[in-house]
Design a protein around this ligand. Sequence first.
Ligand SMILES: C[S@@+](CC[C@H](N)C(=O)[O-])C[C@H]1O[C@@H](n2cnc3c(N)ncnc32)[C@H](O)[C@@H]1O
Length: 388
Amino acid sequence: MSISIRCIPPTSCLPPVRSIRGATDEQIRNALCNLRQLYCPLRRLSVSLHSRKDAKAVISQVLQPTDSGYASQDDDEDDETSEVEDTNATLRADTFERDFAVRWLTALIARAEELSFDPDLVDEAAFILASFSDIEDEGPDQALTRDFCFPSLFHSSASTKIEVRLNDAPLSTTDHTDVGLQSWGASIILSDMMCASPGRFGLEKLDPGCTIVELGAGTGLVSLTLAKMLQQSYITDATLVATDYHPAVLQNLDRNIRTNFPSNDTAPVKAMMLDWSAPVLAPPLDKPASMVVAADVIYAPEHATWLRDCAGLLLGGDCHFWLIVTVRTVGKFEGIADTVETAFSAADCPKKNGKTLQILEKEVLEKRKGIGRGDETAYNLYKIGWRE
Ligand SMILES: C[S@@+](CC[C@H](N)C(=O)[O-])C[C@H]1O[C@@H](n2cnc3c(N)ncnc32)[C@H](O)[C@@H]1O
């Protein structure tokens, strides 16, 4: 399902500025929601911990659940979605409507002190306003460069910084399967946690020459973060394999690897095609992985079983699969997060040397302010490994 909400022209839906004091929070919230749908299409809805512009740092949680745009719609929905998207695109290009929206947002923010609206609404208005200058800055392809900076305690008593630069390419309006062109909240949270608590993830015990595999890597944030961490340690010869199945996603992933490791010969991260539904373990995936990671990869009923079996093929003994699952409680994603525990309690779980692949630990992580889309309510972090 992708964005398929028909937006209303700003001139028809925004409460007049002169009487804005009399508007309720609900009216302002609805007006902002419409503006966000119209002027901040899906590709701009996520924010990083350390985003490029100050204006974006003020984003609050999305005010109403926003569709995650995952690949799960049927043909009728496709037609309807593209018709609505065309209408929205025409409206978006209307400079009169845009100027009206800019003036309204500016007036709302300017009067924030005297109005007693929920402060989150003012943050939201600032975010939408900031996105107008992004559109102009970033050129026609509307790709977004995002800089991430995670404090790291890896092999150091003092905090160092892990910096990753990513290209979040625009999502195509016709291909609803290219969700990996965006960095999702779960990958930001997992990267941050690995930097902050490397011991918890066994990173300090990795062997030199080890292989780490990411499944459904998307833009590659987790793999690139791990690669930069390992480079700061004695493990300079690890192989990180960032895998995905979507050609456009793999191409963007390759670009992100080159951005972060400009010398291609020595880049410690390799992008590879791997489809969980039919995994082919070409080298270096034929070697048992010391660690498997995956972020926000459970969004269809079959994903948990595919990933379980795929991880079972890849994961070495005494090694762990770290899976962070985004919990979405609205729409067609409701209940999908629960499929993980169902998959791992089934009798056909992968087995190796008398052991079964099992969930060893689960932690429920709260949504963090400013990270992730509006329909993300929490994250389940699983430590999965072989157990007798
Ligand atoms: C929501 S994105 C998450 C991307 C990234 N891990 C993140 O958190 O930003 C899901 C990713 O899984 C990939 N994916 C979906 N189905 C897959 C499959 N059968 N095999 C491999 N990758 C798949 C998509 O191409 C996409 O990159």
